[in-house]
Design a protein around this ligand. Sequence first.
Ligand code: APR
Ligand code: PHB
Length: 394
Amino acid sequence: MKRLRTQVGIVGAGPAGLTLAHLLDRVGIESVVLEDRSRDYVEHRIRAGVLEHGTVELLRESGVGERMDSEGILHHGISVQFEGERHRIALTDLAGGRSIVIYGQTEVVKDLIGARLERGLPLLFEVDGVSVRGFDGDEPAIAFRHEGEEQELRCDVIAGCDGFHGVCRPAIAPVLRTFEREYPFAWLGILAEAPPSSDELVYAHHERGFALLSLRSPHLSRLYLQCRPDENLDGWPEDRIWDELRTRTALDGWSLNTGPILEQGVTGMRSFVAEPMQHGRLFLAGDAAHIVPPTGAKGLNLAIADVAVLAQVLDRWYRTGDEGGLASYSETCLRRVWRAEHFSYWMTTMLHRISDDPFDLKLQLSQLRWVTTSQAAATSLAENYVGQPFELAS
Ligand code: APR
Ligand code: PHB
């Protein structure tokens, strides 16, 4: 068996694992990243695309923001549509000058992988049989196979950045308390070669279900429709997708641009939190610890906020030996996590067709009227949407 040694062993090369490795490198802490998929797979997985103000600043200030700054699209507002009316929420005016940037998560991942490989730092793709142990004491280790060879990575700390279906959270399941909500609907998402029909995102409530107009570039639209969790894409030829999008987003004097559909897929909706996000020398970050439904666009941003805290407390620990920061990691992250959980739940239940009960519908319409007419309510939406400033551990 080949034995390796590093300071921080990172499981998963999604946004959480890659950003953590990058931030640690910036402060001189060594890490090894282990990913079970191929580089090609990881770089082509289509995910969300809204970066909060704090995420943008962190990527820029840590030196991986160059392409984001040239290709990302700065947005100062979103629209909410219901009962055939479209109302703009002026995010930047309402949220103290903060804005969002539209830049695909896939692009963030490509930039981080590029930066790591350019520096010649260890990032292993297509590993398998990953298991973690020794984190109860002070000899954590990760066992895995790579290119047919059994290997063991000894480290000071393990970062479980391996997403919702990874191995790190199950490894500490007995000490975790989990909180969960499933939604009886999903999103059918498409990427289409069509110029965006709206300059800003449109979140549409409609009696036939929710629809979202988003974008990736001046030539690419990203669009979503509420559907059943077990929706079969065979029943959705292109014409049906466009008809449904047109119906749910219809507005006098406005029309939907269409074009060839390049990608399509169904994404389930779930809220989930595991507490605490740490046990001994194993720290969970990102989707490994929590999931939000995509309506608030918080998944990627939460993952980055977690590892910003983790990198900071690890840096302090290595420099001073002070364990206080490490001990407060979970509590620090969970404050932000639960705010985003509530916001995502609130946006989801306000905008989707959640039942056939007319009482639910009346409540939704009242909330929508409120967030689009009350400055206080719109400010609260805006503040959550652009995201709280990144919090540092105490
Ligand atoms: N060993 C190694 N890698 C693993 C393992 C394993 N056993 N299990 C999963 N992985 C990898 C996955 O292939 C994936 O690349 O861990 C990575 C986890 O990445 P993400 O799922 O992207 O999670 P995270 O980095 O926390 O980012 C959260 O991604 O899923 C979206 O909507 C979510 O935007 C959010 C963001
Ligand atoms: C996206 O562009 O993919 C997107 C935008 C906003 C969301 C979710 C996804 O709330």
